[in-house]
Design a protein around this ligand. Structure first.
Ligand SMILES: Cc1ncc(COP(=O)(O)O)c(C=O)c1O
Length: 445
């Protein structure tokens, strides 16, 4: 969906469309400089962008800088940041942390052409925090960590097929949404239904001889912040163990929800865990960790050790960023406190929606959440299907952006370590205002 015209074609709700048109007019008027820069960017970047997530209609605002929990755009607007770089911006814009990292990088230099002390340090922190991880390999993104996980599982089991779930996002080349994914890596995949215990168990049993991996997020993040049912995840654990299948938890997004990842909160140990986003302290980073027996397949001292290469795998900026970030700033205590505040915010937003009598619910866990239109229980992305969903998302996005709240166009809301109680309360008030203005239209009146 790239323009308001596309939305209009399929929708029949005039009052919502009129509201969006009004908000688009305000948005365009406010963001003339961003539009000019966007048009210039279109000359040299296809569609003016180099990252699909950051495109939204009518055009994205250009961000000039960040400070604490604020972002400043090219037209001089100041936003409270509730995108938090799609969960990677966990630390907020923390000058002290940046100074710590840069000072350490300054002492060491870049591009050291050999192992450095910080890769061991960061690996040690990760192994200490995540119970199921006894060894780690680093790479440069969450996508890469998942590709590595699937390749390792294939080599370990000598079975080619992976079980994935409909609507899951495991990276730019591992997307299993409804709209097809022409850029996906070629792979043999079976597609199951998230949280469907019996259906998935049957699928696994029927295909156990071909299945080498199950990859799953313990909470579907991009899929809409849908919590995994512990019974479902437990079933995957049992079935994987029974049938020599490697269970991969993609915790690129969810690992921030508890000090030892969401797996710790669930009490379920996967064989492999992929990490990314905030794990490099704001620098690009991915990591794959897991059971010794699997991870040791990368040990080149062994005969037939798997050769996992990558120029920037141990780049010192990410290794320092991650060690300082996890070691000093995102401590276990900070993690618990941030997620408790997120739970409170989500509960409050749901109360506000209920008090306003609107069919809106907010799903998620801790500091990561997503509002939806429709009140049915959401167990899988197929349940996010209200006919006016796109209109709701677009309207809420534009409304919040026009009032100084930076939110993701698909609705994702995250807290970061720089989010203050005042920021959160301001967000709650604007959400209430949004529902008061558009509640009737959202109810189809
Ligand atoms: C669950 C999950 N896995 C993998 C990825 C891919 O990570 P990256 O964008 O670093 O490649 C993402 C990114 O949004 C994600 O949310």
């Amino acid at each position: 969906m790239s323009t308001i015209e596309h939305v209009e074609e399929g929708a029949n709700d005039r009052s919502l469309i009129k509201a969006i048109e009004d908000e688009v007019a305000i948005y365009k008027e406010r963001n003339a400089e961003s539009l000019a820069r966007y048009e210039r960017a279109c000359r040299v970047l296809p569609g003016g962008s180099t990252r699909a997530t950051l495109y939204y209609p009518p055009f994205p605002v250009v961000i000039e800088r960040g400070e604490n929990n604020f972002l400043f755009d090219a037209d001089g607007h100041k936003y409270l940041n509730f995108v938090g770089e799609y969960t990677a911006g966990l630390y907020g814009h923390n000058e002290e942390m940046l100074r710590d990292i840069l000072s350490e990088i300054g002492k060491r230099g870049l591009m050291l052409s050999g192992p450095n002390i910080y890769e061991e340090k960061l690996a040690d922190i990760i192994c200490t925090r995540f119970q199921s991880i006894s060894k780690v390999r680093f790479c440069n993104s969450g996508t890469e960590a998942n590709l590595l996980a699937l390749a390792l599982a294939r080599n370990a089991t000598r079975k080619e097929t992976a079980l994935v779930f409909k609507g899951a996002y495991h990276g730019g080349f591992l997307t299993f949404g409804a709209s097809g994914a022409p850029l996906n890596v070629p792979m043999k995949a079976l597609i199951g239904a998230y949280n469907d215990v019996e259906g998935t168990r049957a699928l696994i049993e029927k295909n156990k001889d071909e299945l080498g991996a199950i990859i799953v997020e313990p909470m579907m993040g991009s899929g809409g912040c849908i919590a995994g049912d512990p019974v479902f995840l437990e079933m995957l654990r049992t079935a994987a163990s029974e049938h020599d299948i490697v269970l991969i938890f993609d915790e690129v997004m969810t690992s921030r929800l508890s000090p030892g990842g969401l797996q710790e909160k669930l009490g379920i140990e996967p064989d492999l865990t992929s990490l990314g986003k905030y794990i490099g302290g704001g620098f690009s980073c991915g990591a794959l960790g897991g059971r010794d027996e699997l991870m040791s397949m990368f040990d080149l001292r062994r005969e037939n050790g798997l050769s996992h290469a990558g120029t920037f795998n141990n780049n010192i900026a990410s290794m320092i960023g991650g060690s300082i970030g996890l070691g000093k700033y995102f401590t276990g205590e900070a993690c618990v406190s941030l997620n408790a505040r997120g739970d409170k915010l989500r509960e409050r937003l749901n109360e506000i929606a209920k008090e306003a009598n609107t069919p809106v619910q907010v799903t998620g866990i801790g500091s990561v959440m997503n509002p939806h239109l429709g009140l049915e229980t959401i167990k899988s992305p197929d349940d996010i299907n209200h006919p006016n969903l796109q209109l709701f998302r677009m309207l809420m996005h534009l409304h919040m952006m026009n009032r100084g709240f930076y939110v993701a166009s698909r609705g994702l809301i995250t807290l970061n370590l720089k989010s203050t109680d005042d920021d959160i309360e301001a967000f709650e008030r604007e959400f209430e205002n949004f529902l008061q203005i558009y509640g009737a239209a959202l109810c189809g009146e």
